[in-house]
Design a protein around this ligand. Structure first.
Ligand SMILES: [Fe+2]
Ligand SMILES: [Fe+2]
Length: 474
C-alpha cells in the first residue's frame, strides 16, 4: 500500500488505472488550490514549514518530515489497506459482504453523510486562517499549519469518494464544498459549530481538543460503515486526527501550566492580578471549556433520532468500536438512557437503543473529553492549587435536541429565563473575557521563544530541539 508520489495526485488507489476518475479529480485540483490560496492560512504563501507527509498508510512509520511550502503540500488520496473478506458488521445487512459500490437505495443518504463530513474539513481551515498572524511560537505555528494541511487532505478524501462513487451529483457536491464559506450569511458551512469564529489561540486549542475529538468519533462511526471505501478512507483519516487532538490538549495543558506557575510565584488566585501578569486565569479557561463543549455537543444531533436509527439499521454508520461490542449488532429490543426536562427537573428516560445512537456516540465522546480534563487537572493538583476543571451538564447551553428550549446550569439545575440571564456570564466567556484573551495575542516568531501566557512544550516535534526553526518566513 505504498503511496505513488510520482503522479499529479499522490494516491494509493491506483488512480491511473481509472482515467475518467483521474481526469475528474485533476479537474477539481486547481479549484482546490484556488480555494487554499484564497481561504487557507493568511500570508503563508512563502513560508517553508516543517511538515509531516504520509509516505505509507501502514500504522507504523507513515510520516516523513521536511520543509514544505504549504501550497506545494502533496495532498492526495490515501485509503487504509482493504481487509480481505470484510463483512457488514451491524444492522439488517449484518454478515453480508461489505459493499464496494454504493447500494442504489442508500445513494442519497450516503452522499449526504459524506458531504456533511467533508464540509467540516475546509470549514475549520477557514475558521483558523488568521491565527498564524498571532502565533505564540514557531512550534505552535507549525502545528497549526500541520492541522490545516491535513484538514485540506480530509477534504480530498471525501471528494475522492464523491467523484469515484456518485457520478455527476458527486462532482457537483465537490464544487459546492469549495464554494461554501465558514460564517458566510449567504452560503455558510453546513453545521453551526463550523460557522463560529476561532478568533484566538485559546479558542483554537479548545477547538482541536474538543471539536476535532467530535471528528474522531464521527470518523470512527463511519469507519464501521458497510460501504467499504468510506470505511477505509475514515480509518486513515483517524490516524491524522490523533495529532490534532494532541495539539489541543497539550496547548491547553501548557496554558494551565503557565498560569499555575504564575499563581505560585506571586502567591495569588486573584483573576485581576493574574490578568495583570499577562496570563489566563483558570476560571476564564473553564468558561472557554464550557462554551466549546456545549457547542460541539450539538454536533451529535438530537438525543432521539430516526435518521440515526436508519443509518445504523441500513449498515451505513456504526457505533464507536462496533466490532468490539458484544451484543446482537442489530439492537433489537435493547434500550439506552437519555435525559429530558420534565417540569423543572431533569429525568433519565429510556428509548429504543436504535433511536438513541446520537446520544450514545455523544456519551462515548463525553467520556473521552472527561479523560482529557482529568489529565489537565493533574497540573493544578501537582502545584498544590485547589482549582479543578469540570465538564458542564450535558444540557448546558444546548441549541439542538431535548434541552434546546431550556436553560440548564453547569451543575444541572433547570433555570428560569431571568436566572439564566443573570448568571450565564459566570459560565460562558463574556465580551470582556474575549477582549482580554485577544489582547494577549501577539506574534512570537523567534526560534525557541514563547508568548508569556503559554509554557513551552516538554519536547519538540519529531524530537527537534527547543529552538528549532519550525517555520522559515523567507
Ligand atoms: Fe478532519
Ligand atoms: Fe482534525
Amino acid at each position: 500500500m505504498s503511496i505513488n508520489y510520482s503522479e499529479k495526485i499522490p494516491n494509493n488507489v491506483d488512480l491511473s488505472s481509472n482515467k475518467t476518475l483521474q481526469r475528474a479529480l485533476e479537474h477539481w485540483q486547481p479549484g482546490f488550490l484556488n480555494w487554499w490560496s484564497e481561504m487557507g492560512p493568511d500570508e503563508s504563501t512563502n513560508y517553508d514549514v516543517y511538515l509531516r507527509t504520509a509516505i505509507s498508510v501502514e500504522p507504523k512509520g507513515w510520516a516523513h518530515f521536511d520543509y514544505v511550502k504549504m501550497h506545494d503540500y502533496r495532498w492526495g488520496i490515501f485509503l487504509a489497506p482493504a481487509e480481505p473478506g470484510r463483512k457488514i458488521n451491524f444492522g439488517e445487512h449484518l454478515g453480508q459482504p461489505a459493499w464496494q459500490e454504493v447500494p442504489g437505495e442508500y445513494r442519497s443518504t450516503l452522499r449526504r453523510i459524506i458531504v456533511t463530513q467533508g464540509d467540516t474539513e475546509p470549514a475549520s481551515v477557514e475558521q483558523q486562517r488568521h491565527l498564524g498572524l498571532t502565533c505564540p511560537s514557531l512550534y505552535d505555528l507549525r502545528n497549526l499549519f500541520q492541522v490545516n494541511v491535513e484538514e485540506g487532505r480530509h477534504l480530498w478524501a471525501m471528494v475522492y469518494l464523491l467523484h469515484a462513487h456518485f457520478g455527476r451529483d458527486g462532482r457537483e457536491e465537490g464544487e459546492a464544498l469549495l464554494a461554501r464559506r465558514s460564517g458566510d450569511a449567504d452560503n455558510p458551512r453546513i453545521l453551526t459549530a463550523f460557522n463560529e469564529k476561532t478568533p484566538d489561540w485559546l479558542s483554537f486549542f479548545m477547538f482541536t481538543f474538543i471539536t476535532d475529538r467530535d471528528g474522531k468519533y464521527q470518523l470512527a462511526a463511519l469507519a464501521e460503515s458497510g460501504f467499504d471505501p468510506l470505511s477505509r478512507t475514515c480509518r486513515f483519516m483517524l490516524t491524522e486526527e490523533a495529532h490534532h487532538m494532541f495539539v489541543g490538549e497539550s496547548g491547553i495543558a501548557r496554558i494551565i501550566q503557565r498560569t499555575c506557575d504564575a499563581m505560585k510565584e506571586h502567591k495569588t488566585e486573584d483573576a485581576a492580578k493574574l490578568r495583570g501578569l499577562g496570563v489566563i486565569d483558570l476560571p476564564t479557561l473553564q468558561k472557554y471549556l464550557n462554551f466549546h463543549y456545549s457547542v460541539t455537543s450539538d454536533l451529535y444531533g438530537s438525543e432521539i433520532s430516526s435518521n440515526a436509527a436508519s443509518f445504523y439499521a441500513n449498515g451505513l454508520k456504526g457505533r464507536f468500536e462496533e466490532t468490539k461490542l458484544a451484543d446482537d449488532h442489530k439492537l433489537h429490543g435493547s434500550e439506552y438512557p437519555y435525559m429530558e426536562v420534565v417540569g423543572n427537573q431533569i429525568v433519565v428516560k429510556h428509548a429504543a437503543a436504535l433511536t438513541a445512537l446520537n446520544e450514545r456516540l455523544r456519551d462515548d465522546w463525553v467520556a473521552d473529553v472527561q479523560a482529557g480534563v482529568n489529565r489537565w487537572n493533574r497540573i493544578p493538583e501537582k502545584a498544590g492549587i485547589a482549582f479543578r476543571f469540570t465538564l458542564p451538564h450535558k444540557g448546558f447551553h444546548r441549541k439542538i435536541g431535548l434541552f434546546n428550549e431550556h436553560h440548564i446550569s453547569p451543575d444541572g439545575m433547570v433555570l428560569s429565563e431571568a436566572d439564566w440571564t443573570r448568571q450565564h456570564t459566570d459560565w460562558l466567556p463574556t465580551e470582556e473575557d474575549r477582549a482580554y484573551v485577544c489582547s494577549l495575542m501577539g506574534r512570537v516568531a523567534e526560534p525557541g521563544k514563547f508568548a508569556n501566557w503559554i509554557a513551552p512544550p516538554p519536547r519538540g516535534i519529531n524530537n527537534q530541539p527547543a529552538d528549532f526553526e519550525y517555520v522559515r518566513f523567507n
